[in-house]
Ligand binder design. Structure first.
Ligand SMILES: Cc1ncc(COP(=O)(O)O)c(C=O)c1O
Length: 455
């Protein structure tokens, strides 16, 4: 009998996060103050984030200890298995070896609790009582709801309206763990009211929801904001995924030729891939692929500029590939990938050719998700299905070329609360969306007066 799942014992859980800033050939350029165009300092962020997380955001230490209180709670489901997708290999008739890191086994069903626990912990230690956040697909909101409950914090979640309607049970999950969840744009903030007055039927976007959550933080007592992706400290907390995977590959005496993850803001991709990017920086040969939706192709079609992280222009300017902060992506089902920007760390690695990017259309990703569900049994989240579409493409290329490669991907989440998308696909009601070039051009025009990052 072949081994399908590689487990680590709980004693073998990594005890430090890996900070790629220590090894990058070119550092990420600093965030800028939109008013002065000058790099921001820690104090500029102090109203939004607790200082201990700001310190992590700018740290260049290679290894950062995971606090015992966080480790203890990560053990609720970690280490996660590294699983060999034999049945998918057989279905594709490929000589490739396909492995996935199964992040769907967390209580919220995705990788998001890895950073939610850490962020809740650091907020608690800093004396914060209440947190606000946005959520796209609802995976982040529910993960933070669990984390806030475990650390005794209040939470309010602004959930992108289209996802709020498509995924009603995510809201139930957040409420079960004790959080409040409202559709965004909401009448609860002045920015939400403004957007609703201008466009009452808007599907919402992550950019709008972030603006609402930040406004709430700035106008409330003992409150800080928490972001589920994009920022350096979020990527850091997710590296536990790749660090576990490295140990697991050592146990089976293998190593990936290709590492794949889907990208919304970049966190599950970074979490899996950064420890492998480090190996690549120091000479290993492998390909590392970020996969994005054709309707929101930030890395492949966006421009590398300084842009705001949110629609209301409340965040500092971040150096990133962007489609423009006022661009509202079409309402495709992978809500967690509907973000105009990308983690600056991921963008810098992309500019330095350490990682590459591919795009897939909605229908291709649902076909991939169904193929995976029918071979491996697990119904993937629509976001994750983007990674699976790339895995299938690469595995079929191996078949065509008659070569065996080892492919590793991040199964970032399951789709059991995303079944309305599957239902629409199976009924033949889903369509592909292309990026609307004209809208992106218009959105990028708004950035003309701002400083430009170095290439
Ligand atoms: C299951 C899943 N995968 C991927 C993503 C994309 O986010 P990120 O790029 O930060 O991993 C999300 C975001 O909500 C998600 O829920």
């Amino acid at each position: 009998m072949e081994t399908k799942k590689v487990f680590l014992s709980q004693r073998e859980i990594p005890r430090r996060w890996y900070n790629i800033a220590a090894d990058m050939p070119n550092p990420v350029q600093p965030p800028l103050h939109p008013g002065t165009g000058q790099p921001i300092g820690p104090d500029d962020l102090a109203a939004i984030f607790p200082m201990n997380l700001i310190a992590q955001e700018v740290s260049t230490d290679r290894w950062i200890d995971i606090p015992e209180e966080v480790l203890e709670k990560l053990l609720i489901w970690r280490p996660t298995p590294l699983t060999r997708a034999y049945q998918l290999e057989k279905y594709l008739g490929t000589p490739a070896k396909i492995y996935f890191k199964d992040e769907s086994v967390s209580p919220a069903g995705s990788h998001k609790p890895n950073t939610a626990l850490a962020q809740a912990y650091y907020n608690k230690v800093f004396g914060v009582k209440r947190i606000t956040t946005e959520t796209g697909a609802g995976q982040w909101g529910s993960s933070l709801a669990l984390a806030c409950h475990l650390f005794g914090l209040e939470l309010k979640v602004y959930m992108v309206r289209i996802s709020f309607e498509q995924k009603p049970y995510r809201k139930s999950l957040m409420r079960t763990w004790g959080a409040e969840c409202v559709p965004s744009p909401s009448p609860d903030t002045s920015f939400g009211r403004k957007i609703l007055a201008e466009n009452p039927d808007t599907p919402g976007s992550l950019g709008i929801a972030i603006s609402e959550a930040i406004e709430d933080t700035l106008t409330s007592k003992d409150t800080r904001y928490s972001l589920g992706s994009v920022l350096n400290h979020v990527m850091l907390h997710q590296t536990i995924i790749g660090l576990e995977a490295l140990k697991q590959f050592e146990l089976v005496g293998d190593y990936p030729d290709i590492v794949i993850g889907c990208v919304g803001g970049g966190s599950n991709f970074s979490g899996l891939s950064f420890p492998f990017v480090r190996d690549k920086i120091y000479g290993k040969e492998l390909r590392i692929i970020a996969v994005e939706p054709a309707a929101c192709p930030t890395l492949t079609k966006g421009s590398f500029l300084y842009d705001f992280g949110d629609t209301a222009e409340t965040t500092p300017l971040l150096p990133m590939h962007t489609l423009g902060h006022s661009f509202i992506p079409r309402p495709f089902h992978a809500g967690g990938l509907r973000y105009h920007g990308m983690a600056p760390l991921v963008c810098q690695l992309f500019l330095d050719n350490l990682i590459e990017a591919q795009t897939y259309n909605q229908l291709q990703t649902y076909e991939a998700g169904i193929a995976f569900a029918r071979s491996e049994g697990i119904v993937p989240a629509p976001e994750t299905s983007h990674a699976i579409a790339a895995v299938i493409y690469e595995a079929l290329k191996c078949k065509e070329e008659g070569v065996s490669r080892t492919i590793l991907f991040n199964l970032s989440g399951h789709g059991l609360l995303d079944l309305s998308g599957y239902e629409s696909f199976l009924d033949g009601k889903l369509t592909d969306y292309e990026m609307p070039e004209e809208e992106v051009r218009e959105a990028l025009k708004k950035l003309e007066g701002y400083p430009k990052p170095r290439r």
